[in-house]
Design a protein around this ligand. Structure first.
Ligand SMILES: Cc1cc2nc3c(=O)[nH]c(=O)nc-3n(C[C@H](O)[C@H](O)[C@H](O)COP(=O)(O)OP(=O)(O)OC[C@H]3O[C@@H](n4cnc5c(N)ncnc54)[C@H](O)[C@@H]3O)c2cc1C
Length: 376
């Protein structure tokens, strides 16, 4: 059962998305600029420290409440949803779950207040789906770790100032020991590439990060040396539930625009909504969105109970992201030629949707995870 606080959160996020984000969505998409001006507003609403406990400056939302918030934001602009997912679900999620008390007290208050934006670096130019094949290393030098290598496609890569970075710190029986570090973006030797020029999610900032002898204080290691990969996989379980919510929001945005359009647009002397072929598309879209929402809520509740959530998170992410792509495509189809124009929101939803079957593990990787769980 939902209580009134979830309704209030949904209303607040919806009003903010419609009132503040919607007017500038296409401007930022076309200019491919990061919505830096909304970060303080997101922070005021408590969305920059959404799931962080209040003692560190956060809002203390549950993962389910976070999915409600992300759905509302993504129904208007999936790019802002992606910014929030990387910041909250990945960077802050990693620190909140695994960092020491001192690390939490040092980094979380600024991240929650929006004074700093967070990023999370696992992917590299040579290792994406096969993330453990990473080449970035961190070697011990007295009371420092020295980081060398690069990370590709990092969300909030240019705009961010605090990053959780995974790097190889040694080998055991030939297998890499991967560790996670908190890295300040202004550390000497840390450079960011230009913001990537993208098909969609264009106002979400994506950049390459390069580390050349970046010296990190020893106490920036998160947890134990060698635990970084298992930490990252657990963080991704939560992250994927966030991406599933983003996908639901995107699909809902495309669906709602389609419902409005088919009631207004007349062909053959009657509204499109009266044609059975269109009604069936609308019915399939509505059903897909509801099913994706149930899978996502189920995964969030499993995680909240502290149970193993990898299977449910992958199922939610796989299904919701594919529903988002299908729904956005049908929405363009329903709009006919107007769906191809930037004057209608479905054109952007269609471009943004594709990232969802790729980021935080492709659909193929989700199927591999699901099959592994089902067949073992
Ligand atoms: C906009 C954007 C934002 C991102 N943000 C972040 C971020 O903040 N942090 C971060 O660390 N990463 C981020 N990523 C990276 C993202 O997670 C990777 O792109 C993704 O995991 C896929 O890796 P890859 O691009 O190297 O593709 P590859 O791993 O090279 O895959 C290419 C294709 O091969 C398929 N494939 C690979 N292996 C298998 C297999 N064993 N079986 C079947 N098919 C397979 C894949 O599914 C895919 O279709 C982002 C990416 C994008 C585009």
């Amino acid at each position: 059962m939902e209580d009134g606080s979830v309704d209030l959160l949904r209303e607040t996020a919806r009003e903010f998305a419609r009132g503040t984000i919607r007017p500038v969505v296409m401007h930022h998409d076309e200019a491919q600029t990061f919505h830096s001006e909304i970060i303080p507003r997101l922070a005021e609403l408590g969305f920059m420290g959404a799931m962080v406990p209040e003692q560190y400056g956060g809002t203390g939302l549950s993962l389910y409440e976070f999915t409600v918030l992300i759905e509302e934001i993504a129904a208007v602009d999936p790019s802002v949803g992606l910014t929030l997912c990387a910041h909250n679900g990945l960077c802050l999620g990693h620190i909140t779950r695994f960092a020491s008390e001192d690390q939490k007290r040092t980094f979380l208050p600024d991240l929650c207040s929006g004074r700093t934006v967070g990023g999370w670096g696992l992917t590299e130019p040579g290792s994406g789906s096969d993330a453990s094949a990473m080449a970035t290393t961190a070697t011990r030098d007295g009371s420092w770790w020295v980081l060398n290598g690069s990370k590709a496609f990092i969300t909030n890569g240019s705009a961010g100032s605090t990053f959780v970075i995974m790097a190889v710190t040694g080998r055991t029986d030939g297998r890499p020991r991967i560790s996670a570090f908190i890295v300040d973006g202004d550390t000497p030797g840390f450079t960011r590439g230009k913001s990537e020029n993208k098909l969609g999610m264009r106002s979400s900032d994506t950049a390459m990060l390069t580390f050349e002898n970046v010296r990190i204080p020893f106490d920036r290691l998160i947890g134990a040396e060698g635990d970084g990969f298992s930490q990252a996989m657990e963080v991704l379980d939560g992250g994927r539930i966030g991406i599933a919510a983003l996908a639901i929001g995107l699909a809902r945005g495309a669906f709602e625009a389609s419902v409005r359009y088919v009631k207004e647009r007349q062909q053959f002397g009657r509204p499109l909504a009266s044609l059975q072929a269109i009604q069936w598309k609308i019915a399939d879209m509505a059903t897909g969105i509801s099913a994706a929402r149930l899978l996502t809520r189920n995964a969030a509740e499993i995680r909240a109970r502290g149970e193993h959530v990898t299977l449910a998170a992958s199922q939610a992410k796989l299904f919701a992201s594919e529903i988002a792509c299908r729904t956005a495509e049908e929405a363009v189809q329903i709009h006919g030629g107007y769906g191809f124009l930037k004057d209608f929101p479905v054109e952007k939803f269609y471009r943004d949707a594709k990232l969802l079957t790729i980021g935080e593990g492709t659909s193929e990787v989700q199927r591999m995870i699901i099959a592994k769980h089902v067949l073992r």
